[in-house]
Design a protein around this ligand. Sequence first.
Ligand SMILES: [Zn+2]
Length: 281
Amino acid sequence: MLFSLFARGLIFMIFISGSLVIGYSITRLIAYLIPYPQFSEIFLWSGAVMLSAVMLMGVAYSYVYKGFGSQADITRRNPTAGNKVVLTFDDGPSEAFTPEILKILAEKKVFATFFLVGKHVEQYPEIARQIVDQGHEVGNHTYGHITVPNSPPPQLTAQIMRTNLIILQQAGTYPLYLRPPRGLYDMRMRRIAKLLGQELVLWSLSSQDWHPRATTAGVIRRVLDRVSPGDIILFHDSGSLLNSEGSSRRPTVEALGPIIDGLREKGLDVVKLEDFLALRK
Ligand SMILES: [Zn+2]
């Protein structure tokens, strides 16, 4: 715990100082290239601080938390799955988008995994039931889409156990998988998962459909350009909880059919998570 805190602090310091060095070098270079060398040192440093702030924001924006050390209990992809890939949908069920997604999956004869938010299952139990009845798998995505590392221990445990119970009662199945919101987990969550017989499943390719400016074409392109065999692909079937309440998942719905077709054209086979994980060596 102490080491992990120390390591985080150290990495943070390296990032800050590294970005300052790069920022200062860039402003120096610009000052050198401009033929009027009257820039003061203060001016150069404020430029450097601004540049490094922009760089840090960029890093924070694109950062995916990987944790420290070996993590055999966390699955992001399966390099031994042959030509197989898996589709996953987070944050649902939602009244607006989940039924449409289920319809497309049925038409294309594809099974996916839905990581459900407990609160949303309480809101739309019949949609959660429909997901399971159509043969899809479900996972736990906490009760209120919490940020796991910030939550006090009793709250974290309750968030997970309560959601397991709600899914079991409403959808008639015990979720064998657990996915922390935004991929942010910690040691406690890994222990709870083990205790409850659940596997932590993250993703290796995000469709970035959560982005407020996501477009159908952009989501299709992102997935089909970047996909490789063994990927676990992330989508969202609910607009709430991320960004503003009610943010649209229309691009996800519209991109899904073309993405499934595109994956098949690439010779990739969309399979159930259970079958995909069984191919691990
Ligand atoms: Zn989520």
